[in-house]
Design a protein around this ligand. Structure first.
Ligand code: PRP
Length: 209
């Protein structure tokens, strides 16, 4: 039996739908925070009343934390970069490490006369900054998913995308041309929320380590 937290309102935490959701719920459960979303409900509280968890779309998560709707969030550094908001990064989580890569078709041979790289990506800010910092002219076409289709269908010769196992690239006859960055999953806090709740947030971080 779990006794309810009488001292404080629960900390609020946004977690992303999709591949990080299960890993986050497992981590929380292993530390005694049992989070169950009933049916299609998108908000759940642990039985101890210490944590209220909101299930949000990955790319919307920084918006919820920035506006303080959730004080804390579990988020990839790729998504944080694209959003541009400033957060406190409290800890790196022990899952979800991926690589941001430039990829092309395995049979693609670069045209030496091409004046600029043509790249499709969901990560347009990262792609823009990466190539601009290196003085490489680049045209970026924004896509919202299934980016691997772009070189397959001839939209662009290159993509910038996340590679975890590499199986999506392989299945579509694509190869990594270059690894551009490492992406990790971090626990973030709205700075004002952290200042107000730092004692219970620090205790949560200690529990999650
Ligand atoms: C991500 C990423 C790649 C894939 C890489 O997509 O954009 O498509 O995972 O994973 P792998 O190397 O293990 O195959 P996600 O599944 O998040 O969906 P999306 O295509 O809608 O972006």
């Amino acid at each position: 039996m779990t006794t309810r937290n009488q001292d404080a309102t629960p900390l609020t935490l946004a977690i992303p739908k999709g591949r990080l959701q299960e890993r986050t719920e497992e981590l929380l459960l292993s530390r005694g925070y049992e989070i169950r979303f009933k049916g299609r409900k998108l908000v759940a509280e642990d039985p101890g009343g210490r944590l209220q968890v909101m299930l949000v779309k990955n790319s919307d998560l920084p918006t919820y934390v920035h506006h303080g709707i959730a004080g804390l969030g579990v988020c990839g550094t790729d998504v944080i970069y694209e959003n541009g908001y400033r957060f406190f990064r409290l800890m790196e989580l022990p899952f979800g490490k991926t690589r941001m890569c430039l990829a092309s078709r395995t049979d693609y041979r670069p045209d030496g006369d091409a004046h600029r790289l043509r790249v499709a990506s969901k990560f347009t800010r990262f792609t823009h900054d990466y190539f601009q910092d290196r003085g490489i002219p680049c045209e970026i076409i924004r896509l919202d998913g299934s980016v691997e289709l772009a070189p397959v269908l001839g939209l662009t010769p290159y993509i910038v995308d996340l590679v975890e196992t590499g199986s999506t690239l392989k299945a579509n006859d694509l190869k990594i041309v270059e690894e551009l960055a490492t992406v990790s999953v971090v626990l973030i806090a709205n700075p004002a929320y952290y200042k107000f709740h730092y004692k219970s947030i620090d205790a949560l971080v200690d529990t999650l380590r």
